[in-house]
Design a protein around this ligand. Sequence first.
Ligand SMILES: [Cu+2]
Length: 381
Amino acid sequence: MSTNLAGTASSIIDKPSRTASSIGQLCPDLRCCSSFAASMYLKVDTNRREKEKEEMIKRNHKMMVVEADGNYLQPFETNDLDIYSGESYSVLLKTNQDSSHNYWISLGVRGREPQTPQALSILNYRTTSASRLPLSPPPVTPRWDDYAHSKAFSNKIKALDHKSIPKPSPTYHRRIVLLNTQNKMNGYTKWSINNVSLSLPATPYLGSIRFGLQNAFDQTKPPEGFPGHYDIMKPPVNSNTTTGNGVYMLGYYSTVDVILQNANALKENVSEIHPWHLHGHDFWLLGYGEGKFTKSDEKKLNLKNPPYRNTAVIFPYGWTALRFVADNPGVWAFHCHIEPHLHMGMGVVFAEGVQHVAKIPKEAVSCGVTGKKFMTGSHLG
Ligand SMILES: [Cu+2]
């Protein structure tokens, strides 16, 4: 979703017929959905089972969630689901309601108070005219700030016990704690991580790391954590951020833990949802918690069946714990997937095994410092 809202939509449908159906046509852009409210139709056949990637509520129809971010889950039934920018889900829908009617699907926004009404679509059984309005009013989606509802949904998500899904290693080599705050710089609002707001360098990292260039990006290590006395429940005492573009250099094949720590933004009593997306890897989502992560939270981590994903949300004033193996040679962005937040600095950069990247594409050295050093015209010099 290319929205600056941590969006959730919900679809609600009404009555019975036989087995399953498809919901594949929903527009994933909430603003788009809003403007097309009730102008889209989902055609369904009875006795057909398909997947969908959207978020939905239904009244009498139930959805079976079976997959997230490309990996199987322990199936569970739900009326609605939260989907944040960067995430994907597959659900199975039984078209077991009365096929002589159509049913509403509602799509609402999560995480920021919406300025638009919830979007609507229609689940249409092929045996019924698509222009026939459902009998009952559209279902109302959960309130935008019903975080208990969102957390309850997130906590239901567990990995399927299957050989295709790796188990987490019980220990880690390195743990990086990333404090998410909002700050100011030259009068502009920024997001920052451990008080550093990411500002990408002109030179692509892959070329500059591979060829050992010292002047292409910050050579200082970015911070591994934040001061223990920091009060996450209050706006930052030092509201000034600095920009940076240093890289977390990870040991090749090391196991890395990341604790994403949410905090109060610049305004009192405001802490928001952010969906963090990791490039180049899947990670185990070990769990969520309230307040500041402490040693005593260690025992709450799920090492048995954590979902294996590439996007994880942080809830207001809470923490989210991830673990992954740095086994993919390259330079990888890890960032809030709400696009404006990334451009306001909400991201970090990981790198591992760069010397093992078989071929550095010329696009990775064709601009910035490497462009001057290596390129002759459009070719490597
Ligand atoms: Cu964000």
